[in-house]
Design a protein around this ligand. Structure first.
Ligand code: PLP
Length: 440
């Protein structure tokens, strides 16, 4: 590998003066890795192994079943939910950490459709985006089939025109997983409300990435992911938020005992719990909850460094500065090498990831050049990811998560240097980089 051009003093100064620079020390980051995939799986918080080990050997090993009370296992969904609430613009008692994003979406989408049916019987359309994350669309398809509804899929710019009196629910992902494009949540909510439709938001790429004002924005329902920007570990519990105006009015279909008003009364009749607790189902994976708690604490640590104790505002400012730097450096240093920016440049329309299409022919027949370039980058320790296109309007993309908790301007510089070398020397065309892995 050719030596990288040294990072300019100007960028090193930005790192030295960064008020959030100490947050990097909260993570275990492997030597020689520049991690640009925290939007897919957040890295390991340094505190997590110790906390999980304590939950295993002391709480489980010694405390045994007593730990449901003595170690606070029982109310972890609410306790972690309150921490998440501070990051997404909700009030205490409005969020629970539980289950997976897909399962939570099933619960809230059912509740939303139930609410729409009650208030506007006859509305038969569930509206979403064609480029929404597939699991969201699959869950929506299942519910539509059960309820005799139609899932209508549109492009983001068609939302206004499609919000008519037939729409029961509008289900959107706030930041698009492929392009990093972000909706104006308050504006969409306002229009949906005028049209009489309820809104369901997926915050998988927003929670812990951008400031959110869920409640003030007029949203109805939201779900989000624990293992991406919240650093909760592989398969971490996800979360649910419902506007309190709905929480006692609507029911969710997975009415397990943890959603019961008194689970330990063991009564045969179902009686839903008050508030957001109704959106639990069964027993939580406590060891995973403990790891998620450690992940949430990394974000809350930013509060102590941020002006006015607003962690997401400070993290957002750094995320935008890093992303702008990345875009600018790629456009300068990789000019003419085929990269085309997919993510909106406008700050208001961008989440915390930057994606590029690659307009060069693949090295092997039926291969993807973007895939091979990402594999070559990963081999150099620059970890982003690849997302396949549809062979039509959606191109294959190279996707880079920009996570201000632990990335430095020098990392951005070095990542771009590696990208330039991989593309310029044709290194990506080596046959081993065309080989497909199960998870991209
Ligand atoms: C990551 C992601 C999910 C993940 O769902 P799981 O149930 O955790 O597998 C769902 N929706 C969106 C938009 C995502 O980005």
């Amino acid at each position: 590998m050719t030596a990288l051009t040294a990072c300019p003093a100007e960028l090193r100064r930005l790192d030295a003066e960064d008020p959030l620079r100490s947050l990097r020390e909260l993570f275990e980051l492997p030597q020689g890795v520049i991690y640009l995939d925290g939007n897919s799986l957040g890295p390991l918080p340094r505190a997590a192994p110790q906390r999980v080990a304590d939950a295993v050997s002391r709480q489980w090993g010694q405390g045994l079943i007593r730990s449901w009370n003595s170690a606070g296992w029982f109310d972890m969904p609410q306790r972690l939910g309150d921490k998440i609430a501070t990051l997404v613009g909700a009030d205490p008692g409005e969020v629970v950490a539980t289950d997976s994003t897909s399962i939570n979406l099933y619960k809230v989408l059912s509740a939303a459709l139930h609410g729409a049916e009650r208030d506007h019987p006859g509305r038969k359309i569930l509206l979403s985006e064609r480029s929404n994350f597939p699991t969201d669309l699959y869950i929506a398809q299942s519910l539509c089939a059960q309820r005799g509804l139609t899932l209508k899929l549109i492009e983001p710019e068609e939302i206004d025109g499609a919000l008519n009196v037939e729409v029961a629910v509008l289900m959107l992902t706030h930041v698009n997983y492929r392009t990093g494009a972000m909706h104006d949540m308050a504006e969409v909510n306002r229009k949906a409300r005028l049209a009489g439709a309820l809104t369901v938001w997926d915050l998988a790429h927003s929670a812990g990435a951008v400031p959110l004002e869920l409640k003030a924005s007029g949203a109805d329902f939201a779900v989000g992911c624990g293992y991406k920007f919240l650093n909760g570990g592989p398969g971490a519990p996800a979360f649910v938020w419902i506007h309190p105006r709905h929480s006692e009015q609507l029911s969710q279909p997975l009415s397990g005992w943890w959603s019961h008003a008194a689970p330990f009364a063991f009564t045969p009749e179902y009686q839903p719990a008050k508030g957001i607790t109704r959106y639990l189902c069964g027993t939580q994976p406590i060891l995973s909850m403990v790891a998620l708690d450690a992940g949430l604490d990394t974000l809350l640590a930013a509060r102590d460094l941020a002006p006015a104790g607003q962690p997401m505002v400070a993290l957002r400012a750094k995320s935008l500065a890093l992303s702008d730097c990345f875009i600018q450096l790629v456009e300068q240093h990789c000019q003419g090498l085929g990269l085309r920016l997919i993510t909106p440049r406008n700050h208001k329309q961008r989440g915390s990831e930057v994606s590029w299409a690659l307009d060069v022919p693949a090295a092997v027949p039926s291969g993807s050049s973007a895939y091979a370039v990402m594999q070559a980058l990963i081999a150099r320790g620059v970890i982003g990811d690849f997302r396949a296109g549809d062979g039509d309007a959606q191109p294959d993309i190279l996707r880079f998560g920009i996570t201000p908790m632990y990335l430095r301007f020098a990392d951005i510089w070095n990542a771009v240097e590696h990208l330039r070398q991989v593309l310029q020397g044709g290194e990506w065309q080596r046959p081993e980089f065309a080989r497909k892995q199960a998870v991209t």
